[in-house]
Write a protein that binds this ligand. Sequence first.
Ligand SMILES: *Cc1c(COP(=O)(O)O)cnc(C)c1O
Length: 369
Amino acid sequence: MNQETRERYPQLRVDLGKLRENITCTVERCRAQGITVAAIVKGFHGLPHAAHVYDQCGCDFLGTSRSEQLRELHEAGIQTPLLMIRVPMLSALGDVVRYAQCSLQSDLTVLRAANAEAGRQNKRHQVILMADLGDLREGFWGPEELVEAAVEVETRMPHLELLGVGTNLGCYGAIAATRDKLDELVCRAEQVERAIGRRLTYISGGASSSFPRILEDNMPPRINMLRLGEIIINGRIGGEAVDFLHQDVFTLRAEVIERRRKPTYPVGQITVDAFGKTPLYIDRGVREKALLGVGKVDYGDPFDLMPTDPGIEVMGASSDHTILDVEDSPNPCAVGETVDFLLKYGNLVYMSSSHNMQIKFIEEEKKRG
Ligand SMILES: *Cc1c(COP(=O)(O)O)cnc(C)c1O
């Protein structure tokens, strides 16, 4: 084949039709229970082509964790209001106020600076105050701190609008979004409401890890916003597949660069690998093995990759190479052929921000034709 027209690899393949179905299906289930969806796009680096699909599907907010992505989404013409979900750095407030309609907040110094910045930009910026309920990442600790901050925003920060109270669970502390935890959040929000003398617009009850409360129909009634990334992006919650969603919206396609029979146990004195570790090698004798032109730099952890061909097993990887056992595969896996993988959230975060990856959008029209 002509080298210029040849497909290039590794590819991050994005099926926009399946993405649309995941968004629509998730948003419908939330709406049916009175829940607003802030769709979180940081998992795929906010790639504008994919973000446009969210824009067309009636999400109430599009959220991401980085101000650079907010700017790119704005420049790509995204109409859905943007939500900044990492509590902002003081140094990023200019862009946060410029591009995001709303931000999550957990610090009074930042809130005061955001109020000043919004004043300078002649804007009213919305904020959701985060309560830390034990996951130990961002958030005001204890009810008094939260209420005090809320009262200051409400009464002394004219350029900010206190839109709601929220929490984040299952990120650092791996704390489950149980009914009890979410009741606790509602309780914190109602303390704020009593102190400011009005009802809050939103109580933001967490991320994909809170979605089981919708499936099991035991979401506290006052929770009316979820911030959903992983469940829409790859149809999983904490890595577990959700049966009515696609798990293959984003996939990896990589090219075989060597294929031969080799031992499975290294030959010689074992020291450390490319990352300074000594992995455990299991001797399975001589096997058919394939080497791929993609590595840890591109996708993070090789053992999170899930080959779509059940006869293929990932043996390991270095920065730029992946080693497969293809002995049991019906496919030849010859040099120049490709192998496909489903991805965990972690793989996708790396791949979508890697300059080495060809990003291939599979358009909906082409598939129908
Ligand atoms: C990443 C993130 C989310 C989305 O998390 P998922 O598990 O991908 O749904 C929501 N809120 C905050 C604050 C986040 O950092």
